[in-house]
Design a protein around this ligand. Structure first.
Ligand code: UD1
Ligand code: UDP
Length: 385
């Protein structure tokens, strides 16, 4: 089977790493990079650090308004589909690259495969929520990471082609957790002590485009006395600089504003942080995978299992709530996180099985992982295999 896979933004490179390997064991893959993210630290570093094959095509669309960016991708992807005539198009997550791939494929009548289908924040002011809803609506095969995602789709009347496969980000996290301590020196490089620093990421439009929200977050960080490592997304760097907030953080002395990191460095920091503070979707989950308490700088999450499991607290961008969450230690929950039986490093294999079952032409994919990846929920033991 010939599969045209679309990636474009940082989290999609992470998700594609394990799945692309699995797909290529039994199928032909054409990997298309839309060029949505293009800085070396937002793109190249992942292809090098994750053993992800170089993209076959880079559309180089770059930044722009939602309409400009999506439209440029749409034109490029349509042309590629016509040139390569794949059996299906595969998209990841909820970015503009996802939506462009979904529209191009469905308008040309091609089967569309959505990895990370069914997630909902129920907040339609998020561009990602619009991208998810529209993509799921036109998908042929909807590959859900959680039972909640399956239930969300059912509530919208979508039950055909829905498969619960688990989370490819866990596959990537498990791979990285085995290498992070031996392949990353980031903790020493930054002069940090394990368990005694905070790791922060902020890039969501609701925080970066609203200076009042961003200021509250900054002020909460300024009031901490532990080191805070903040690999700054280029979008946030611009807003922070524009409003004098970069200088405010630099003057505080304990906030390390660094360039975005490669995946292994970021995983190493996540594994050993006292807390993760983030508005990222992927980072919330990874904190939970690695059993690091997470404080989410949003009012809702698509990953409700992490909150129910006791590893994630939603505090929005309110300074008082952020400080209160940091002052209240998380009691290590002893119960398992809902759905963690699917955190076994085999989501990519299950996705290949679903592809075969639903779209099935071509050889059966050979299994690569023979031992499931284990996790404990009662402590912060690293993921083992
Ligand atoms: C996008 C996704 C978001 C995802 C995030 C992952 C959409 C609507 N949003 O948000 O869901 O969580 O990626 O990080 O698709 N920029 C650079 N260099 C780059 C990339 C971006 O300087 O390599 C700057 C540009 O000023 C650009 C801004 O960041 O305008 C925003 O980039 P964009 O890709 O539009 O959205 P993200 O905020 O990255
Ligand atoms: N990440 C990284 N380096 C960083 C910040 C994040 O490698 O400096 C990884 C992180 O481990 C996760 C992914 O990028 O796998 C999340 O991307 P992001 O937060 O940009 O997007 P979201 O998940 O919110 O869509």
């Amino acid at each position: 089977m010939k599969i045209l896979s679309i990636v474009g933004a940082r989290p999609q490179f992470v998700k594609a790493a394990p799945l692309s390997k699995a797909i290529r064991r039994g199928h032909e893959e054409i990997l298309v990079h839309t060029g949505q993210h293009y800085d070396d630290a937002m793109s190249r570093v992942f292809f090098e650090g994750l053993d992800l094959p170089e993209p076959d095509v880079n559309l180089g669309v770059g930044s722009g308004s939602h309409a400009e960016q999506t439209a440029r991708m749409l034109v490029g992807i349509e042309r590629l589909i016509q040139d390569h005539r794949p059996h299906c198009v595969l998209v990841y997550g909820d970015t503009n690259s996802t939506l462009a791939g979904a529209l191009a494929a469905s308008k040309l009548g091609l089967p569309l495969v959505h990895v990370e289908a069914g997630l909902r924040s129920f907040n339609r002011t998020m561009p990602e929520e619009i991208n998810r809803i529209l993509t799921d609506r036109v998908s042929t095969l909807l590959l859900c990471p959680t039972q909640t995602a399956v239930d969300n789709l059912r509530c919208e009347g979508i039950d055909s082609g829905v498969h619960l496969v688990g989370d490819v980000m866990f596959d990537a996290a498990a791979w990285a957790a085995r290498r992070a301590d031996s392949h990353s020196d980031v903790i020493d490089r930054l002069g940090l002590s394990r368990g005694d620093y905070l790791l922060a990421t902020v890039h969501r439009a609701s925080n970066t485009d609203d200076v009042a929200n961003l200021s509250q977050i900054v002020e909460a960080f300024v009031e901490q006395d532990r080191p805070i490592v903040w690999p700054v997304h280029p979008r946030s760097r611009k807003t922070l600089a524009m409003h004098g907030l970069l200088a405010r953080l630099e003057d505080a002395g304990h906030v390390m504003l660094i360039e975005p990191l490669g995946y292994l460095d970021f995983v190493a920091l996540t594994m050993h942080a006292a807390f993760v503070l983030t508005d990222s979707g992927g980072v919330q989950k990874e904190a939970c995978f690695h059993r690091t308490p997470c404080i989410t700088l949003r009012d809702e999450t698509e990953w409700v299992e992490t909150v129910r499991g006791g590893w994630n607290r939603l505090v929005g961008s309110d300074k008082a709530r952020i400080l209160a969450a940091l002052a209240t230690p998380f009691a290590p929950p002893t119960k398992p996180v809902d759905g963690d039986e699917l955190w076994d490093g085999r989501a990519s294999e299950r996705i290949c099985d679903s592809l075969q079952q639903v779209l099935g032409v071509g050889p059966t994919v050979r299994k690569a992982v023979t031992k499931p990846v284990g996790l404990t929920t009662s402590d912060r033991a690293p993921i083992t295999i």
